[in-house]
Design a binder for this molecule. Structure first.
Ligand SMILES: Cc1cc2nc3c(=O)[nH]c(=O)nc-3n(C[C@H](O)[C@H](O)[C@H](O)COP(=O)(O)OP(=O)(O)OC[C@H]3O[C@@H](n4cnc5c(N)ncnc54)[C@H](O)[C@@H]3O)c2cc1C
Length: 830
């Protein structure tokens, strides 16, 4: 057995095996896969093997699509038939809301080149007469996916991996991980059978590896403990039943008809497929419990839990309604196995927090579907430094150190329960909330705040009258909350509004090496003391890793503000870069001060009047004037008795200030501003209105326009890139050229809907790009969006179409910052 390898993959389920295969395929010829038991002995062996292309996330759709295409090639490569039945996938809709959901999804599918077809109830009935269609609105049909044998596809990938030189070692468990400064030393224990259990023996070896990947499935909590990190991957019980033969189905097939597609009756929380003349019914039922919160017991190997028929009764009855001929079919077999989940249902793929060359591939609930693509894109990240798609939405660091086992377990149960709910784009999930609240939370709640979840924080989305029910107001069109966001947006454009931006990520970077480091780390010129700059940290591939507002507090002290949803993700990249560069630049201290500072953003033509009423200064009348407090500068001011680091910027594009204040004084400041604002009609404003307003100014948002799939030049932000200096990722950025370009569009859409930022952009019949943001513009009284189009199209005045609700709507590319392009209102003096 080798004791020195380039990469060690821990876990021989579908996911680990695919990663080992793809690392070898990408050119690493010294890869080992370690499995504590037998290949596929985790969740992989009992999966139903469905390969749904449907996914609302751009990255995950790419991953699933790669898998489906890749699995079709495996037999030719390995000689092993993995039993891929390309029967298609039929998604039924019982309501218009569900049809709207499919139409939004179809837009995402289109942007990823996933084919689909719409079907009416009559077309379904004509093609598959056993299906009851009287209560259906329609269906979405993918003809390119289907189901596969999970164990066989894993064995085929294992064979392909071995053919490419991968060592696959079974019955060894990775037990301890030590980073020696250049390599991982992984202590591994030989596992032996004892009384039917698999237990560690006394035999141990140490394997040295440059890179380690963990794909440990249901063992993620044990892996987390061994690595000293948090991984919110905890399994939930998931059931499917196999039914005896259905005579009507047998007859239908005997007549030469093809196999039914996988039938997904989302409104009945179930999926159905054929199995040897009978049916398999799989369910995403309520109250499925999380399991193995503190690790998998030795006694649980390739085992199952007892069937809980009561839990799936509703779904079973719904299946009899949907396929009446199965009513007499008995129960042949049942599977209730652990299926790993994460709080948002997406897996955790990418660099582990705080550790060098440690990669996670954990928390897969659709692991058979995702295995192929995960292996492909993770191998790109490990071998080339970046994947060709932005993997941030799957990054393991999208949750912070604040999370606990209890939180992850309850959220994972919710994610399971929510698989087949209607996924409104304005959905907010209720479990485990509120948890992270800033002091003003209670005050905001009392004033009607409807909160959204941002990295655990409660942040107002909008404010509504007492008794308003956010849940019932959600929609794919303009939801019941829309009018409140319109009023809030208008308040900022015409008067004054106060936005809670406490969730922002905040770092202090200081010390003798800070200036040289940040100059290298970010694209823009560093600001002078007291000034601020917008700037970007790039990946080694020249794409955008993080957007920062940098305030220079002193010569060698900087305050960095970045997106609230990405605290751990940003902190990790910054700290790792500092650790790498400190020997070159000198001492650099990094402090994450996110939870020490609250932030209120006050904005609107009357914002100066509100602040003037409470500012304490020797000459209060001029303290906020352009002369003493110019745009894009920062000052320490006093508002009443609250010391405030004020920054003159507003993400809404109006005159405004961000008021960074000690978190413990937040309620004092809130009351002070509310009282002073009362005289000027100040409105509390939520994130939804802010998101619309920033699009009128073409302000790019991280995670939407800004990410690891585009450079700042492609985001059309050359003014924040100082080409006269050297910075990390510069050469790669230049080499990328302009593959597509960010633009702002005004859209003449439907009367009752705005885009969400996932829609395809067309020029006639040709797809030329996709939206990354969308919403409503109060300044132009129509829909607005931002997105990427082919560079030759990115010309002001170009007329295109945006696909919404399955129709093309006229859209025009407008100049950057269509509202107040010369920034007159922002710079206004007073
Ligand atoms: C009833 C049911 C039906 C399902 N149906 C589908 C479906 O239709 N489609 C779909 O896409 N998904 C389905 N799934 C989900 C799917 O089974 C999982 O997502 C997938 O198997 C996860 O693969 P994995 O490789 O991540 O984990 P696993 O298959 O659990 O593999 C992890 C492996 O790591 C090994 N291991 C752990 N720790 C160590 C260590 N320290 N050292 C060495 N080895 C270690 C384990 O022994 C295990 O073999 C279903 C799940 C269930 C329960």
């Amino acid at each position: 057995m080798k004791t020195q390898v380039k990469a060690l993959v821990v876990g021989g389920g579908a996911v680990g095996t695919s990663i080992a295969y793809h690392l070898a395929k990408a050119g690493w010829n010294d890869v080992m896969l370690l499995e504590r038991d037998e290949l596929t002995s985790g969740s992989t062996w009992h999966a139903a093997g469905l390969l749904p292309l449907f996914n609302m996330s751009f990255a995950t759709t790419h991953i699933h699509k790669y898998s489906v295409d890749f699995y079709k090639t495996l037999e030719a490569e390995t000689g092993l038939n993995a039993g891929f039945a390309v029967v298609g996938n039929l998604r039924l809709a019982q309501t218009q809301d569900r049809m709207d959901e499919y139409m939004l999804y179809a837009s995402t599918a289109e942007t990823c080149d996933v084919p689909y077809v719409w079907m009416t109830p009559d077309e379904i009935k004509a093609k598959w007469p056993l299906i009851e269609t009287s209560d259906l609105k329609g269906a979405l049909y993918h003809n390119t996916d289907g189901y596969i044998n999970p164990a066989d596809v894993t064995q085929a990938m294992a064979k392909g991996a071995r053919q490419r030189g991968v060592d696959i070692v079974r019955k060894w468990q990775a037990d301890a991980f030590h980073w020696n400064g250049t390599h991982w030393e992984v202590t591994c224990t030989k596992m032996v059978e004892k009384g039917g259990n698999l237990v560690p023996s006394d035999e141990q070896i140490v394997i040295t590896a440059e890179h380690v990947v963990t794909a440990s499935g249901n063992h993620a909590q044990t892996t987390a403990k061994k690595l000293g990190i948090k991984i919110p991957a905890i399994p939930v019980e998931h059931q499917f039943i196999v039914m005896d033969q259905d005579p009507a189905l047998v007859e239908y097939r005997a007549a030469g008809n093809p196999e039914h597609p996988v039938i997904r009756d989302a409104d009945a929380q179930s999926y159905v497929r054929e199995e040897r003349g009978g049916w398999i019914l799989g369910v995403y039922e309520k109250n499925a419990p999380a399991v193995f919160e503190y690790g998998v017991p030795d006694s649980f190997r390739a085992d199952l839990f007892p069937l809980d028929l009561e839990r799936i009764e509703d779904q079973y009855m719904a299946m009899i309604h949907r396929i009446p001929s199965c009513e007499e079919s008995g129960l042949k077999d049942d599977f209730n196995g652990p299926i790993c989940y994460t709080p948002d249902g997406n897996p955790l793929v990418g660099p582990a927090p705080g550790l060098h060359n440690m990669w996670l591939a954990e928390g897969f609930s659709f692991g058979i579907t995702a295995a192929g693509g995960t292996g492909y894109y993770l191998a790109q990240m490990m071998v080339d430094g970046e994947a060709e798609i932005d993997m941030a939405s799957l990054d393991p660091k999208r949750y912070g150190d604040w999370m606990t086992t209890e939180w992850a377990a309850r959220k994972n149960e919710e994610a399971y329960d929510h698989v087949y709910i209607v996924h409104h784009p304005d959905e907010e999930r209720p479990a485990c909330r509120p948890l992270r609240t800033a002091p003003a939370y209670d005050r905001q709640a009392a004033r009607g705040a409807q909160f959204g979840f941002v990295n655990g924080w409660e942040r107002p989305n909008y404010f509504a009258p007492a008794g308003f029910n956010d849940h019932d107001a959600r929609s794919f069109r303009r939801g019941g909350w829309w009018q409140y966001a319109v009023e809030e947006a208008k308040a900022i454009r015409e008067g004054v509004g106060l936005i809670d931006a406490t969730a922002f990520t905040k770092h202090v970077v200081k010390g003798p090496g800070a200036t040289a480091f940040l100059d290298w780390f970010t694209t823009n010129k560093l600001p002078k003391v007291g000034r601020i700059n917008l700037t970007y940290a790039l990946t080694s591939h020249g794409t955008t890793r993080t957007e920062y507002t940098i305030v220079r507090m002193k010569d060698d002290e900087y305050y960095l503000v970045s997106a609230g949803a990405w605290t751990a993700y940003d902190a990790d990249y910054l700290r790792k870069a500092v650790a790498d560069k400190e020997p070159e630049f000198g001492r650099i201290d990094v402090q994450n001060v996110t939870t020490q500072w609250g932030v209120f953003a006050i904005a609107g033509p009357k914002s100066r009047d509100v602040l003037n009423a409470v500012i304490k200064d020797a000459d209060p009348a001029t303290a906020l004037s352009n002369k003493r407090f110019p745009w894009l500068s920062a000052r320490q001011i006093e508002l009443g008795m609250c010391p405030v680091n004020a920054i003159r910027v507003a993400y809404t594009g109006e005159l405004g200030w961000e008021l960074h204040h000690p978190i413990e004084m937040q309620n004092y400041l809130f009351d002070l501003l509310e009282k002073a604002g009362g005289a000027h009609g100040m409105k509390l404003v939520g994130a939804r209105a802010q998101n619309w307003l920033r699009q009128e100014k073409s302000y790019r948002a991280f995670g939407n326009e800004l990410g690891r799939d585009a450079t700042p030049l492609e985001a059309d932000l050359p003014r924040f890139v100082d080409m006269s200096k050297d910075f990390h990722g510069k050469e790669a950025m230049e080499a990328k050229g302009i593959r597509s370009k960010c633009v702002t569009l005004l859209i003449d859409g439907p009367d009752d809907a705005d885009p969400w930022g996932r829609e395809a952009i067309y020029d006639g019949e040709t797809r030329v790009g996709r939206l990354t943001s969308g919403g409503y513009s109060v300044a132009f009284s129509k829909s607005i969006g931002m997105g990427y189009v082919r560079p030759d199209m990115a010309v002001v005045g170009t007329r295109l179409q945006v696909k919404m609700l399955d129709q093309l709507w006229p859209a025009t590319i407008v100049e950057d910052s269509p509202y107040d392009p010369s920034n007159t209102t922002i710079r206004v003096d007073g």
